[in-house]
Design a protein around this ligand. Structure first.
Ligand SMILES: Cc1cc2nc3c(=O)[nH]c(=O)nc-3n(C[C@H](O)[C@H](O)[C@H](O)COP(=O)(O)OP(=O)(O)OC[C@H]3O[C@@H](n4cnc5c(N)ncnc54)[C@H](O)[C@@H]3O)c2cc1C
Length: 394
């Protein structure tokens, strides 16, 4: 393997693969000049995992072998990135020191289950579930089918997360599951955040949905501890520090998350630990040979695949500009898309940009749940992902 590439891409997830595909389709001279560093054997369509957790989608349909999604003309180094030195333009991964002209960081977000006392060792037992790990998603639905009474707690942390509304997806579909079978279990939603949703229009409609469905929800409640043997969860009020304990039959945890710790000493991260890029051009604020998109970036939007889809074409144009010694000429407006199933077969689709003003694709009011939007998410989105976005099409 060569030790120098024109472009090195860190991470073969949604952002890394789609960027490689698009830039290769735009500039054939980059053939064999792009290296993707990614340790995983498989590429996952993570947005489908909450649907696996609600029994709507087979887990096997959410992954493909990595070599099947890598664009022709790119090279794959199956290693974990360990260090990046942006001044010398070198990436260390395994036994390799790879030099680059340009770098795209698409390392995703890190899940921090360890932040919750008692959780890591208890996951997958005693009704303790998460939809954020491929090996655990099926346990969510399996557990749901067995719960007949007591509380099903759904949690969301105060940190930034990917798939920003996956907790809400779970709680609404689980509520629908229980009611349609006349089970007496209750859905309880505890979020460490200050609001349900950061755009008022969708916040209003989600609160309305929770009230209509009699869902017990509280904000500013951060999950800090799980006692698996007693089936109890401890929460800390993010404003007062007061602690409270609740019993559960089942709990679905969205863990706290943070940026790529492997870059901690690279000088590439901002104060909060995200890759420090300009919010419009996605070029690094200090190193003009470095770009970032997706969950690991500092882009101040909700971290979603739907956001990556909008970021990727802009990043590619700006990267090509830089490869031609020009200033970046394209701007990303922060557009993201958050689908929220309000029951099996109904969905709200929140769409907005940096200004947090709704910017909806259809002519209908997308804060009002719609059947066709649910079918779109369940059946069309995976096709668009595998055959559109990952092939570099916006
Ligand atoms: C449960 C859940 C529900 C979601 N729901 C939705 C939804 O409804 N709609 C939506 O649009 N989005 C949703 N998302 C979010 C979406 O999947 C992400 O926003 C998207 O995948 C971000 O792309 P990315 O390339 O930044 O990160 P990822 O796609 O996560 O890719 C990061 C890649 O980096 C690799 N990597 C990590 N560390 C290293 C290392 N040290 N060296 C090399 N490689 C490394 C990883 O293996 C991974 O392949 C959801 C996600 C989850 C988990």
């Amino acid at each position: 393997m060569k030790n120098h590439y024109k472009l090195v891409i860190l991470g073969g997830g949604a952002g890394g693969i789609s960027t490689a595909s698009r830039i290769l389709s735009k500039n054939k001279n980059l053939k064999n000049e792009i290296l993707i560093i990614e340790p995983d054997d498989y590429h996952y369509f993570q947005p489908a995992w909450p649907l696996v957790g609600s029994g709507e989608v087979n887990l096997e349909s959410t992954w493909k072998p990595m070599e099947k999604v890598l664009p022709k003309g790119s090279k794959w180094l199956q290693e974990r990135v360990e260090r990046v030195a942006p001044v010398g333009r070198v990436v260390k991964a395994g036994d390799y020191n790879i030099e680059y002209d340009f770098l795209v960081v698409a390392l995703g977000i890190e899940l921090n289950y360890e932040a919750i006392e008692g959780l890591p060792e208890a996951l997958g037992t005693s009704g303790i579930c998460t939809n954020y790990l491929v090996d655990h998603v099926e346990y969510t639905y399996d557990t749901l089918t067995k719960v007949t009474s007591g509380n099903i707690i759904v949690t969301k942390p105060k940190s930034k997360i990917k798939g920003g509304v996956s907790a809400e997806n779970s709680l609404f579909t689980m509520d629908n599951f229980l009611k349609s079978r006349e089970r007496s279990a209750d859905i309880v939603f505890r979020s460490g955040k200050q609001e349900i949703f950061e755009v008022k229009k969708y916040d209003d409609s989600l609160r309305e949905q929770m009230d209509e469905k009699n869902i017990d929800y509280e904000l500013n409640q951060e999950l800090i501890k799980i006692d698996a043997s007693e089936k109890k969860a401890v929460f800390e009020n993010a404003q007062t520090g007061e602690k409270s304990t609740e019993s559960f039959e089942m709990i679905v945890v969205t863990p706290p998350m943070h940026g790529p710790s492997v870059l901690d000493d690279s000088n590439l991260l901002d104060e909060e630990g995200w890759v420090d890029v300009d919010p419009y051009t996605m070029m690094h604020k200090t190193y003009t040979t470095v770009f970032s998109l997706g969950d690991s970036s500092s882009l101040p939007t909700v971290k979603m695949g739907g956001a990556v889809r909008k970021q990727m074409p802009v990043l590619v144009e700006n990267l090509l500009d830089r490869m031609n010694d020009k200033e970046p000429s394209h701007e990303y407006d922060g557009k993201t898309a958050c689908p929220i199933a309000t029951e099996y077969g109904e969905l709200i689709l929140a769409e907005f940009g940096y200004d947090r003003i709704p910017e909806e694709t259809t002519f209908l009011d997308q804060s009002d749940d719609k059947k066709f939007l649910y079918q779109f998410k369940k059946n069309m989105l995976p096709i668009m992902y595998w055959y559109g976005m990952l092939k570099g099409k916006a």
